[in-house]
Design a protein around this ligand. Structure first.
Ligand SMILES: [Zn+2]
Length: 349
């Protein structure tokens, strides 16, 4: 059996990781004190306990209260910079050498104090993207990690706003490598933002879509994401292993699968890791990787995720290495950058 230490020490890649899902409580507390924002607690330790209790409640509570609190502290360029910088520290601590970090600018416009609340923008989408990118750049130097940005559309916004978010991503091609469609898949199917995705078709931006995660239309949504939104990668794709046609399409078109097993289990979308069929996907040559999703928010790391999955599925070190190689292959990198990360994974400078 693979030990925790073995997996922790591996040079890893995380391709599906939300910035607002990975802010440590000490950072949150520091930002709240600086901005004089009232918190329901009076020390970083109590804040940690507050989150631990939220995690035992239902997922909707954690979404509203947990993400609500975190995003309320990500409403200025200064704080976005800090969160992005601290994310570099989190990555390094978990042995991650390359990560694609995603965030939805619509939740950081300067006056949205609660998750999903929209009003007039104080920060432009471009300002938000640039602030995050600056924080990442500083972190790359200090923590020796590499990062790229994925801009998400929180799919509840209307189609016009979705397009505006994509326009901002297109104006920041030095900072952003792809767009994503995130959040409530059950209520808002992929084609709601078809036009926004169409605007990236002949551009350098990659496309990934959260699909096959929530609701009763998961397979349908995966097809729509692939065929209409031309997704290069799918986030979650929980029922993939059970659908022969989807499997064949994903294999033939080298679609990258960003599996997030521990997140799926935490939210209650699966009860056992075996339901994802990851050994089967590996055996069939599917480009599947294992990712963290919202590590600090849900209270785990990528190492924890890989350890639990490896334990339950009896994965070997070669299997875990294959998952890393797949992640490298499906990463939104050019070939030169990919080679650099590969060297880093092998321990070369
Ligand atoms: Zn996600």
């Amino acid at each position: 059996m693979l030990s925790y230490q073995t997996i922790k020490q591996l040079s890893k890649i995380d391709l599906h990781r939300h910035l607002d899902g990975d802010v440590k409580t000490e950072v949150l507390y520091r930002l709240a004190e600086k901005d004089k924002i009232h918190l329901p607690v009076s020390s970083p330790e109590e804040l940690e306990k507050y989150f631990a209790e939220l995690r035992t409640e239902n997922f909707v509570d954690l979404l509203q209260k947990g993400f609500g609190l975190v995003t309320s502290l990500m409403q200025s360029e200064e704080n976005l910079y800090t969160v992005a910088y601290e994310e570099g520290r989190n990555l390094a601590e978990d042995g991650i050498v390359y990560a694609e970090l995603r965030f939805a600018p619509q939740y950081h416009t300067g006056d949205s104090l609660y998750y999903g609340h929209q009003s007039k923008n104080k920060l432009s989408y471009q300002q938000i993207i640039k602030a995050v990118a600056e924080g990442c750049k500083a972190a790359e130097k200090d923590f020796s990690v590499s990062t790229k940005l994925i801009v998400c559309i929180g799919r509840e916004v209307d189609a016009e706003k979705g397009r505006e978010i994509v326009h901002a991503a297109l104006a920041c091609l030095d900072e952003v490598v792809a767009i994503d469609l995130a959040c409530d898949e059950a209520t808002y199917p992929p084609e709601r933002h078809l036009r926004a995705f169409q605007e990236t078709f002949d551009t350098p931006l990659g496309r990934t879509v959260h699909a096959g995660e929530f609701g009763t239309q998961r397979e349908r949504n995966m097809w729509k994401a692939l065929k209409r939104l031309r997704a290069d990668r799918l986030g979650h794709a929980i029922p993939l292993a059970e659908n022969k046609e989807l499997l064949a399409y994903v294999k033939e078109n080298k679609i990258g699968i960003e599996s997030c097993p521990k997140s799926n289990k935490y939210i209650g979308l699966i009860s056992k890791y075996t339901q994802l069929g990851i050994p089967q996907l590996l055996a069939e040559g599917i480009l599947v990787s294992v990712n963290s999703d919202d590590p600090a928010m849900f209270g785990y790391t990528l190492t924890d995720t890989l350890c639990e999955l490896a334990g339950e599925e009896k994965l070997t070190l070669a299997d875990v290495m294959k998952l890393q190689q797949n992640a490298l292959e499906m990463a939104f990198l050019d070939e030169e950058e990919r080679k650099k990360i590969e060297k880093k994974m092998m321990g070369e400078k």
